[in-house]
Design a protein around this ligand. Structure first.
Ligand code: ADP
Ligand code: NA
Length: 328
């Protein structure tokens, strides 16, 4: 039989992925290539649920793809593609929208959170149906697994419900996907506010993979810590130091316990300086690779075309079955 399939996507809504994206998600994408048949998408359809500048969106889509390649997504093993290049996502999404309850969609807490901050007419219907497009992204590949963090659990549950509903109404059509709980991911916190997660929406304490490496080192040197002197992992009482240790451990493979021993009796300044060096060593070659992909647009186009072709071998088949089943 085939290898189990996995689908995941990331939005092209920033000029750079950040260290949280990498250590919390994208690193696992790379690892999953060893066991799964992987479909990885730069989800530009999802991006336009909030207003985007067209030229910037186009640039960021390419930049996102280049970063994924540089981080280790291998286009010979995985399908790496841009969501809008594969029209079946939107086509299946419509069918699923017609099977989802309005109340069911209205219970999605992420939509409630995102829309609560804005006036109703500034919130697009697309933002409301976003989780249904996400369900289509997954189901169109007959994905067996989806890597999910806490914030995506409810969306995966909706996806499973829609798959089961379709299957029981029209006959077995979709694989009902399970959550892939990554073993090796770390939640990374903001360097200036180590109790909230590192996020592109809070720019000050974020390590961007594409920023000047010296800038990253500087941000680490000025990370918020505490007034003690001990380098010890204790999220509750020492969130800043714990975050630095978690990043250090994730990037070097040394365990937190090993790091605590190595830094026994040494100061916060040493830890920050050396972690800065670790980060610089990680991002410098990465940025070189990204530059390589961006300097050869024809080659990048070819890679993404190949990814979309690979994806469409699967999506066309699923959509044909779905259309037949619903009576088209
Ligand atoms: P952001 O929070 O910066 O908007 P996204 O929501 O686009 O990032 O997240 C993209 C992926 O990166 C998701 O899988 C998400 O769980 C992961 N991720 C984002 N921020 C972090 C973080 N601080 N630590 C770990 N994983 C993260
Ligand atoms: Na986010």
């Amino acid at each position: 039989g085939r290898r189990p399939r996995v689908l995941s996507g990331i939005q092209p809504t920033a000029d750079s992925f950040h260290l949280g994206n990498y250590l919390g998600a994208l690193r696992e994408w790379v690892t999953m290539q060893d066991t799964y048949e992987c479909f990885y998408s730069v989800v530009d359809l999802h991006a336009i649920t909030v207003e985007q500048d067209p030229e910037l969106l186009r640039q960021r889509t390419r930049l996102s793809a280049a970063q994924l390649l540089a981080l280790g997504i291998d286009p010979d093993r995985s399908a790496l593609f841009v969501q809008s290049h594969v029209p079946e996502h939107a086509q299946l999404s419509w069918v699923l929208e017609c099977m989802a309850g309005f109340g069911e969609a209205g219970r999605m807490t992420q939509f409630k959170d995102k829309s609560a901050r804005q006036e109703a007419d500034h919130v697009s219907v697309g933002l409301f149906t976003y989780p249904i497009l996400q369900a289509a992204d997954i189901l169109i590949y007959q994905a067996d697994a989806v890597p999910v963090g806490e914030d995506q659990r409810q969306h995966l549950e909706l996806t499973r419900n829609l798959a089961q509903r379709f299957n029981s109404r029209f006959g077995q059509t979709f694989t009902v996907p399970s959550a892939h709980i990554p073993k090796d991911t770390a939640k990374i916190f903001d360097l200036q506010d180590p109790t909230s997660k590192m996020s592109k929406s809070v720019p000050s304490g974020v390590i961007e993979l594409m920023e000047e490496p010296k800038r990253s080192a500087k941000k680490i040197r000025s990370a918020v810590t505490d007034t003690e002197r001990e380098i010890r992992y204790d999220v509750e009482n020492k969130p800043g130091i714990s975050n630095l240790l978690a990043i250090y451990s994730a990037l070097t493979g040394q365990s937190v316990a090993e790091l605590e021993t190595a830094y026994d009796g040494r100061g916060y300044g040493d830890l920050k300086k050396e972690l800065g060096e670790v980060v610089v060593e990680f991002v410098t070659p990465l940025q070189q690779k990204v530059k390589g992909y961006l300097d050869d647009p024809a080659e990048l186009d070819k890679v993404l075309q190949r990814g979309a072709d690979k994806a469409r071998e699967v999506t066309a088949q699923t959509l044909q079955t779905v259309f037949e089943r619903v009576g088209f």
